[in-house]
Structure formats: structure tokens, C-alpha cells
Design a protein around this ligand. Structure first.
Ligand SMILES: Nc1ncnc2c1ncn2[C@@H]1O[C@H](COP(=O)(O)OP(=O)(O)OP(=O)(O)O)[C@@H](O)[C@H]1O
Length: 729
């Protein structure tokens, strides 16, 4: 957390007593002292600013000889002789200083302002020295008010004694340019631009230099690493894979992050505005620091004191309550012209309130730097997930193995699919298909279809509800099968089982991550079956290495049922429409104040309070390169293991159709719920059977409004033994 200096205005506002009904603050001697001090400070500052402006105008008149006088003329001459052309620079600086004290940042950030002012002052002197050197260090010219005046001449002459002329010129020129950049606040931006350029050049060299690839190639003992096969439109990249398993994709398939320079000027202005707004509402508080993330900057606000009169008539100081600050959320957003603000009151583990203000520009968070970060590497888990960066720009990572399942929710366009794509990429960057298998379900059909062809993928990306339900059924049987295997091998969990297998030189079992990008579709078509499968998997699958990542854009209680939520303690909330939705996902408010486009709150059950982060975003070219890399290694495309289950379903279908016809004929009723109940099948199968019956002319078309279909088949005449259950159904 960067800490900004205490400001004069803060000291003022801390001491300002808030009006108490029926009593004047001036009624106490302390109130009088405070009032007097405020007056002195206020008028002192105004007087100083005004004096400097007047001095600048008089100096200009004196130097240009536009006005003559017993004081102005000698002062103008003095400036000319002393500063030469730099005298004009000095006048500009005096005017700038005066204006800042009167209207600008002089009050709220004196140290920052002083740093800038002194830098500009230094730049002025460097320029004067440089001018004098360039004109041959001529004292006569200097005395007549040319070049850098006597001061410039003196500085140049002094340095000329120790430096060769070219170095002397270079020294003052560099000082002039450098200090000007610092003084104008352009230094950080220039540094960031240079860094960006160096990084781009480095990447260009790495990707174009064949020698680099040779020196970094895996050792001959290691299995040969395949060369990536670029997908159409993808940029060919040379493999560089230092320090990683050579079978894994090299990190330079992924792009580096670009950093934007920090606009300190804006940050200080916002800090001042926050203080001012709070003070206007009678809540003295001070911005004591800030943390800048890719999307928001969190300002640390320390509540000040309000002075009240106690029952004994004596003034007492009372600390501003954090709830008072958080209740001003909307007023602060209005004052800062911010779309949405989030107030963390207080920031866990700190004695301040965090006010999160959107940045003017957002920085996309990339996967590569997070994979390279120490935070990520420290997890040492094959299922480590790179989620994004927090409000101070630090990587946010989590271990899916420990979570052990993840629930993602947020309104449409908030960033769920982008998040899932980056999570999948992260997993396949760190695991071979022998170590990890993925089952991906994407009813939206577009977002995750890019991963088709990954050798990690079981089958293909599933988009049909019936096939998805089959995936869940398969996962349950796989889980049971694994438990039986573990029991036979006397292993407690997947890690223990794989270790035993490795000792016997036998292959282990891969971990399985099941990803669903839109739970709502499944829950709408087969709520009971989906909920039952998910809950059973969530409760039991951890030890067998099966993990679930499910996303939904409908954070309503019919999709995220109590049972599902109870079994998915790790959750990510992207932006939602209301605090009610936020509470459905996180059990607390906050997600309604997110900005969308990858801005998230991550609730890690091990931490307890949600962490705000900006999610990782992948470029299509990155995903294409990673998929193409693994595509190279793929052997024969394998059939999905749930294909057999679907086959069984089809075989049963004929039988079921027969039974359905008989049932409809007997009962003279046709509804999906009747078929579900009597034939013990799920909703999708029942709905399909009804469609088939309609196509065969046995039942009429759907009536809508929950009414049953008309049965077109006459009842069986000899059917005497009607089932009592059917009658009541
Ligand atoms: N982490 C991120 N960083 C920057 N921009 C992002 C990020 N995540 C998402 N976005 C932006 O938001 C847009 C929508 O994201 P995404 O498609 O993931 O939303 P979604 O929640 O899946 O929406 P839907 O439910 O409608 O599919 C993206 O096209 C992208 O421009």
C-alpha cells in the first residue's frame, strides 16, 4: 500500500467539529482555537499564493522593461543578470507555484507537489547551464542578461573544470530533460513506455531467433517436445520451455502483460475529492494510501474524529463509524463521476476503509505472468488456477484440488466464459492428458468449442442437454468405480493410489475436471437429475480426483439451489444486477457494485471474505496456439466414455416407446410428468417420447399453459384392470 502524506486539509477536517443541535462549536475555548487556526491557515495560504502571482507579474514587467520604478527596475535587472533567459522560466515557475497554492494541489499533497516543483526548478538551472555552455561560457554575455545569466555561467564553468566539453554538455542536457520529465509527471509514463518497448523487443528476439530455441531446447534424455502447429491465423512461435516439464507447452505460446503507467496526478485528485466529499457530509477522514489494480484503485481511508459536546459541556472526540462512510457510497460515486463504487468497510486486517474507484483505463490481465509468478508456483499443485489480479495488482491464484469445486455466476456479458476459457488453458498448460482429463459442456455452443480437439478432452465439447446428462451419469459411475479401485488397492485417495501404482510401474489415474458453462439449461430441463448428480459428485468426488467447475448467468434459487450452494463453498461472482443476486451467489452484498468485463469477487472458503480481482483474459491466438500444440500430440481421437451410456439409452428407447404408447392408451392422458413418473425416466427422454408420439399421430400437439396433450388413440376396449395409481395420477 502506497502511503500519501497527510494533508493540510485533512488536519483541518479532522479537527473540524461537526455541528451538534443547539450548541455552537465556538462555545468552547477549543472551538475558538480551532476556528482561529483555520482562518490563519486559510488566509495565510491565499495570501502566499496571491503574493507569488503578483511577484511573477512584477518580475515580468521588470525584465521586459515595460514598467519602470525604483523597485521594479533593479529587480528586473537582477533577474536578467542572474538568470539570463532563465529569468522567464523562473517567472513561469513563480506563477505556477502561486496558482497551485491558490487553486491546485499544494494543499492536499505538499510533498508530491514540492518534489515536482523542485524538479522543475532543477530543470531550469540545468537549462541555464546548458545554454551558457553552448554559447562558449562567455561571462560578458552572461552579465548582459543573455544565455543562462551569471548562475548558468557559474554552473557551467564549475562542471567544465572536471568534465570534458562533450560530457559537460551531455550532463546538463540530460539533467534538463530528466528533471523536466519528472517535474511534469511524465517520468513514470516514459519509464513504462521504455519497459514496454524493451519487453516487445525481447519477445520479438525470442520468437524470431533460432539460436535461442537451440540453447533452450530440452535435454536429449527428455522426451522430444513437439513443435507447435500454428492454427490458422496464429503467429508461429519458437519453443522456449525453461524450467518446465518438456512435455508441457512452453510459456512463450502465451503473451506478456502490458502495464500502464500510474497517473499519480489523477490518483491524488481522486484522494482529495474523497476527503472533500466525506468532509462535506460531516465525516472527517483521511486518505492514507492507495493500491492500484488493473481495473480499480483502492483508496485507504482512515476515519477521523468528530467533536461533540458531552453531557458535562466538555467537548469529546468520537471516531467516525465505518458504516457512516459506507452509507455514502452513492454520494461518493456522484462526486467522483464513477459508474459504480465499492466500499470495503473495513479492509480485513487493516484499520482503514477501502474505497474502490474504477481506473480511467483498464489493463488486461494475462495468463503468462501469473503462471510465472512466485505466488502461483508456490501452490505446487497440478490443479492450480490463475484467476486474475487483485486491487493491488498481485496475482490471485487458487488450488482446485483444495476447493474442491468451483461455482461461477454473473450476469450476461460479465466475463464467465472468458474466465472458463482461461481456467481451461491454465490447466492444460500445466498437465498432460495422462495427468488430467476434461469434460466440457457448453450449451451456448460457441464459447468453449475452441477446445475441441484437445487430447485432454473426453469426447468433444458437449452442447446437447441429453448428452450432458449422460456425462453427469458417467461421472457418477466413474466415481464409484474409482472408489472400488481404491478400496482394492487400500488407497485413501487419488494421490495415494497413483503413488502406489507408480511404485508398481503401473499407470495412474488422471484427474478429471468437469466444466459446465450454463447450469441453468440443465436445471431447467432436468432439475432433479442434475441436482442429484451434482450434489453427489460434489460431496464424494474429491478423493477420486473428480472436480466440478460450473457457471451460470441465472443466480436464482431455482438454479443455485440450497443443496448445490452448500456443496460448492468456493465461488466466483462476476457483476450482477442486484444485491439479492449477489447474496444468492456469495451470501453477501458486493457483486452488484462490480464493473463487469472480468471484474470479480472470489470467495475462497479458506479465506472467508471475498477478494476482488480482475480476471485473466486470453487472446484467441493464445488459445489457438495451446490447442494446436496439444493437437500435435493427439493420437487417435477417442470416443467419449459416456457414448456407451447413450447407446444403452437408444436401445431402451424402442422398449420405452412401446411402454409409452400402452400407457397413453390405457390412461388416455399424455404429459411429460406422467411418462417421467411411470416409466422412471428423466425429463428430456419423456419430452422426446412425447414428440415421437405426436409424430406417430398418437397424441396431439402441445397445448401450452401447462395443459395436457390430447390423446388421439382410442382406449383399449378389453382393458379391464386399470391401475388404481393411474386413476389418481
Ligand atoms: N477478464 C476480462 N478482461 C477484460 N475483458 C473481459 C474479461 N472478461 C470478459 N471481458 C469482456 O467481456 C465480454 C463478455 O465476456 P463473456 O463472454 O465471458 O461474458 P459471459 O458472462 O460469459 O456472458 P454470457 O453469459 O452472455 O455468455 C468479453 O467479450 C470481453 O470483451
Amino acid at each position: 500500500m502506497r502511503v500519501s502524506p497527510r494533508s493540510a486539509s485533512d488536519r483541518r477536517s479532522e479537527a473540524t467539529p461537526s455541528p451538534v443541535a443547539g450548541s455552537e462549536p465556538s462555545s468552547s475555548w477549543l472551538g475558538n482555537v480551532v476556528k482561529a487556526w483555520m482562518l490563519v491557515e486559510r488566509f495565510g495560504r491565499d495570501a502566499a499564493g496571491l503574493s507569488l502571482l503578483i511577484l511573477a507579474v512584477l518580475s515580468l514587467l521588470g525584465m521586459t522593461s515595460l514598467s519602470q520604478g525604483s523597485l521594479i527596475s533593479p529587480w528586473g535587472l537582477l533577474l536578467k543578470r542572474g538568470f539570463g533567459l532563465g529569468g522567464y522560466g523562473l517567472i513561469i515557475l513563480l506563477a505556477y507555484l502561486g496558482a497551485q497554492i491558490l487553486w491546485g494541489h499544494g494543499g492536499s499533497a505538499p510533498i508530491h507537489f514540492l518534489k515536482r516543483f523542485l524538479s522543475l526548478e532543477g530543470a531550469l538551472f540545468a537549462w541555464m547551464a546548458w545554454l551558457s555552455i553552448m554559447e562558449g561560457l562567455d561571462l560578458e554575455r552572461a552579465e548582459s542578461g543573455l544565455d543562462g545569466g551569471i548562475i548558468g555561467w557559474a554552473l557551467g564553468t564549475l562542471s567544465a573544470r572536471i568534465l570534458l566539453p562533450p560530457l559537460n554538455i551531455l550532463l546538463w542536457f540530460t539533467l534538463w530533460v530528466g528533471l523536466t520529465l519528472i517535474g511534469l509527471g511524465l517520468w513514470e509514463r516514459a519509464l513504462a513506455a521504455v519497459k514496454r518497448w524493451v519487453e516487445q523487443e525481447r519477445q520479438r528476439l525470442v520468437t524470431s531467433s533460432p539460436t535461442e530455441a537451440v540453447t533452450q531446447a530440452p535435454s536429449p534424455s527428455a522426451p522430444p517436445s513437439p513443435s507447435p502447429h500454428p492454427a490458422p491465423g496464429a503467429v508461429p512461435v519458437t519453443i522456449v520451455n525453461p524450467g518446465r516439464d518438456p512435455r508441457l507447452p512452453p510459456l512463450n505460446l502465451l503473451i506478456q502483460e502490458e502495464t500502464n503507467g500510474v497517473d499519480e496526478e489523477r490518483i491524488l485528485a481522486v484522494a482529495r475529492k474523497i476527503e472533500q466529499t466525506l468532509a462535506e457530509f460531516g465525516l472527517p477522514a483521511q486518505v492514507v494510501g492507495y493500491r492500484r489494480g488493473p481495473t480499480v484503485t483502492q483508496f485507504a481511508v482512515e476515519p477521523g474524529f468528530i467533536e461533540r459536546l458531552g453531557p458535562d459541556g466538555q467537548p469529546t472526540r468520537q471516531k467516525v463509524r465505518v458504516s457512516q462512510i459506507s452509507s455514502l457510497n452513492r454520494d461518493l460515486a456522484l462526486a467522483l463521476a464513477a459508474e459504480r463504487l465499492r466500499i470495503e468497510a473495513p479492509v480485513p486486517g487493516h484499520s482503514y476503509v477501502g474505497i474502490e474507484v474504477p481506473n480511467s483505463t483498464t489493463t488486461p490481465v494475462r495468463l503468462r505472468p501469473i503462471l510465472e509468478s512466485e505466488t502461483f508456483q508456490r501452490l505446487r499443485s497440478p490443479l492450480a488456477l490463475a484467476l486474475g489480479r487483485d486491487v493491488s495488482g498481485q496475482p490471485v491464484v487458487a488450488d482446485l484440488e483444495r476447493m474442491p469445486h468451483l461455482l461461477i455466476a454473473g450476469t450476461t456479458g460479465s466475463g464467465k466464459s472468458v474466465c472458463l476459457a482461461s481456467l481451461i488453458t491454465c490447466l492444460v498448460m500445466n498437465n498432460t492428458p495422462e495427468q488430467l482429463r476434461l469434460a466440457i459442456m457448453d450449451p451456448k455452443m460457441v464459447e468453449l468449442a475452441r477446445f475441441d480437439g484437445l487430447p485432454h478432452l473426453l469426447g468433444r465439447v458437449e452442447t446437447e442437454i441429453e448428452r450432458m446428462l449422460a456425462v453427469l451419469r458417467w461421472a457418477l459411475t466413474e466415481m464409484d468405480q474409482r472408489y472400488r479401485l481404491f478400496e482394492a488397492a487400500r488407497a485413501r485417495d487419488l494421490n495415494a493410489y497413483n503413488a502406489k501404482q507408480a511404485r508398481k510401474n503401473q499407470p495412474g489415474l488422471p484427474r478429471i475436471v468437469i466444466i459446465i458453462d450454463e447450469l441453468a439449461d440443465l436445471m431447467m430441463s432436468a432439475p432433479d437429475q442434475t441436482e442429484h448428480s451434482l450434489v453427489r459428485l460434489a460431496q464424494l468426488a474429491r478423493a477420486t480426483g473428480i472436480h466440478l467447475v460450473i457457471a451460470t448467468q441465472r443466480p436464482s434459487t431455482d438454479v443455485l439451489t440450497g443443496l448445490i450452494k452448500a456443496n460448492f463453498p468456493a465461488r466466483i461472482a462476476f457483476a450482477v444486477a442486484s444485491s439479492v443476486d449477489s447474496r444468492v451467489i456469495l451470501d453477501t452484498n458486493g457483486a452488484e457494485a462490480l464493473l463487469g468485463r472480468g471484474d470479480m469477487l472470489f470467495l475462497n472458503p479458506e479465506v472467508g471474505t471475498p477478494i476482488r480481482a480482475q480476471g485473466v483474459i486470453m487472446k484467441d491466438s493464445e488459445i489457438n496456439r495451446v490447442v494446436a500444440y496439444w493437437h500435435q500430440q493427439a493420437t487417435e481421437p477417442q470416443e467419449a466414455p459416456w457414448e456407451a451410456l447413450l447407446q444403452e439409452d437408444d436401445n431402451e428407447a424402442d422398449d420405452l416407446l412401446e411402454q409409452a404408447i400402452a400407457l397413453v392408451r390405457r390412461t388416455q392422458r399424455a404429459s411429460a410428468s406422467l411418462l417421467q413418473r411411470r416409466l422412471r425416466i428423466g425429463y428430456p427422454r419423456a419430452a422426446r417420447l412425447l414428440d415421437e408420439l405426436e409424430a406417430m399421430g398418437i397424441v396431439g400437439p402441445a397445448q401450452g399453459g401447462g395443459r395436457e396433450r390430447e390423446v388421439l388413440l382410442p382406449p383399449e376396449e378389453d382393458d379391464q384392470d386399470t391401475d388404481p395409481d393411474e386413476e389418481t395420477a
